[in-house]
Design a protein around this ligand. Sequence first.
Ligand code: LLP
Length: 425
Amino acid sequence: PSSTTEPRPGDAAVGGVSLAEVAGRYGTPAYVLDEGEVRHRCRTYRDAFPEAEVHYAAKAFLCRAMAHWVSDEGLGLDVCSAGELELAVTAGFPADRIVLHGNAKTPHDLKRALWYGVGRIVIDSPSEIARIAAAVGPDGHQKVMVRVVPGISAGGHDKIRTGTEDQKFGLSISDGYAQHAIARILDQPQLELTGLHCHLGSQIADVKPYLAAVRRMVGLMARLKEQHGLVLRELDLGGGHGIAYRPGEPAMDLTRLARKVRAELTEACAAAGLTVPRLIIEPGRAVVGPAGVALYRVVSVKHTGGRTFVAVDGGMSDNPRPALYGVRYAPRLVGRRGSADLAPVTVVGRHCEAGDVLAADARLPDDVRAGDLIAVPVSGAYHLSMASGYNAVGRPPVVAVRDGRARLLVRRESLEDIHSRDVGL
Ligand code: LLP
């Protein structure tokens, strides 16, 4: 770790570290992750849901330090590939607190999951049942859950709605697929069905869909008890809790969510004559999103087509979210005090397509110029984890900041890294 100086006027600090100094030391584009904020958000979940297991959804962002922080704060982990699993266990994450997800778990994913001894595997399709049972072996034992489609529409964008019938995840209740799969799991003595799982979607700020999911899932649990005498002790409601990307946007109130879900679950179980199952939740975005800042250097400023385009040295290869979901960010100038007059600008990336727009409707000081530093807050979730190799620019580094100190967690992808994979000539 290296200490950094106090921010200069017009600069901004995260975790007590000047963003301008991070940019100077590690280059741009770079992602800054506030360790204190990640840990604080983990604790906020633990405090709001003391009775529940909180599993961090690794797909939002994972590196070894992140896995360590999450484990240290007492959370479990949701992974959906052997790659995520291995990153976590090699960081010391206890495998029995890891859940394996995925609608198309490969033989390798399953093999590694069983080898490391993951706590639970969430079954997403009927064909997995026999595959998992065979891989576990006749004398083995594996806890599993079943991912059920609750038939509820919620989520910030069509591409991230997973609670509706017409999408690829899980087994639907309404046509009996879920029930059928559950009966087949019960025939496999080496598989222990601990409970049901559902995930409505992502970027949901409203509590109501979660309450509807509780009713739907408890309804299924009651029918399973009736038909099979099956008592399920766990209910996983997935993640999806929304955050504000720009000031004033709605975000999920976790305390309210916890209170309402608890009340609904208690009431629904009492009405159905069921013991209240242990609740599991799987937040990703809300743990890490607000803890991350993306840092870019302005490469050019140009006025054309009636607009001012501020082009930076990163773009859709490190943040594909605006292009994929039309998300809007609030970039700001850091490192110097700019003009007090703000101008409407379009912040674009360096990639070779017109859709490479990071913020279509940003407001920046009207003297913004090449060489300036731009910070994009709320960049911790689903940026680097979805980063691509487009235009061979290399993925940015991740720098952790805490108590006035910065340290490199993930180094920048170099051109040698990229070129070394190209072995065909
Ligand atoms: N559990 C399961 C089974 C999931 O599939 C997901 C996210 C989560 C939990 C965590 O959801 P979160 O709390 O992060 O919303 N790339 C998109 C988001 C895709 C979410 C995929 N699954 C985005 O950038 O908005």
